[in-house]
Design a protein around this ligand. Structure first.
Ligand SMILES: Nc1ncnc2c1ncn2[C@@H]1O[C@H](COP(=O)(O)OS(=O)(=O)O)[C@@H](OP(=O)(O)O)[C@H]1O
Length: 235
């Protein structure tokens, strides 16, 4: 989830990205775990995926500034779950710690375990409803992660529009990186790809488990579609 101040149209000279969750995980000091002071010429963006499913974040963010604009990037909840697992698996392996196979976490005596955190984080309707208790839908722009990957320009132009920014992005700002198999960013002489912790191959999931996941998420997904007033190509 990304949080932006509405005066972004003022075209600030500097843009700061901030990720409280990452800074916390990296053990940085408390001052890197709070929103920094921002000058009028600066725009500060907060990007912390964990806020979306946080119980406290909506109310706290609203108390900080009820006029913030929010960007929510969603992808197929099943893909998100597997991506979540893959990320934790690699973090554990990097610290030479064991981690169970995905199916062991997903299933309890053959049935899906709804207490598995990666499943809970994929219940978008549940989380969004908490945000909608504090912010109107018009303040929340949903980015389709499934289309952001193959067509980044289209999705990001819609973000520019939502933020009331002057259209700036064009096809030259993206290039396809054959090695990574993804689009990366280019601005003038600068190029930026997501780091190697992103875009890793996902472990295969048996067809039967996929069907169980699909059945489980289907009603939640429909609820999410009704909340945002659009559908996605998910279960
Ligand atoms: N250039 C490039 N390199 C790697 N990965 C890319 C890229 N562009 C888009 N993607 C897709 O973005 C997914 C990672 O998104 P995250 O939200 O986890 O990353 S981040 O928090 O925004 O850094 C990542 O998901 P995973 O494959 O599950 O890692 C990709 O599907």
């Amino acid at each position: 989830m990304l949080m932006l101040h509405p005066q972004v149209a003022a075209a600030p000279a500097e843009v700061h990205f901030f990720n409280v969750e990452e800074n916390y995980q990296r053990g940085l000091g408390w001052y890197r775990q709070q929103m920094p002071f921002t000058c009028p010429s600066q725009l500060t963006l907060e990007k912390t995926p964990g806020y979306f499913s946080s119980l406290q974040a909506p109310e706290r963010m609203h108390a900080m500034d009820p006029s913030v604009r929010l960007l929510l990037i969603v992808r197929d909840p099943v893909e998100r779950l597997v991506s979540d697992y893959t990320q934790v698996l690699h973090n554990r392996q990097a610290r030479r710690k064991p981690y169970p196979a995905l199916e062991q976490l997903l299933l309890l005596q053959g049935q899906l375990n709804p207490r598995y955190k990666a499943i809970q984080r994929s219940l978008y309707a549940l989380h969004l409803a908490r945000w909608l208790a504090f912010f109107p839908l018009a303040h929340i722009h949903v980015v389709d992660g499934g289309s952001l990957v193959p067509q980044p320009l289209g999705e990001l132009r819609r973000v520019e529009q939502f933020l009331g920014l002057m259209p700036w992005l064009g096809p030259d700002n993206f290039y396809f990186n054959q090695t990574k198999g993804f689009y990366c960013l280019r601005a003038g002489a600068h190029q930026r790809c997501l780091d190697e912790s992103k875009g890793r191959p996902h472990p295969p999931i048996p067809e039967l488990v996929l069907e169980q996941l699909c059945t489980y998420f289907s009603a939640h997904n429909k609820h999410f579609f009704s909340l945002v007033g659009r559908t996605f190509n998910w279960c």
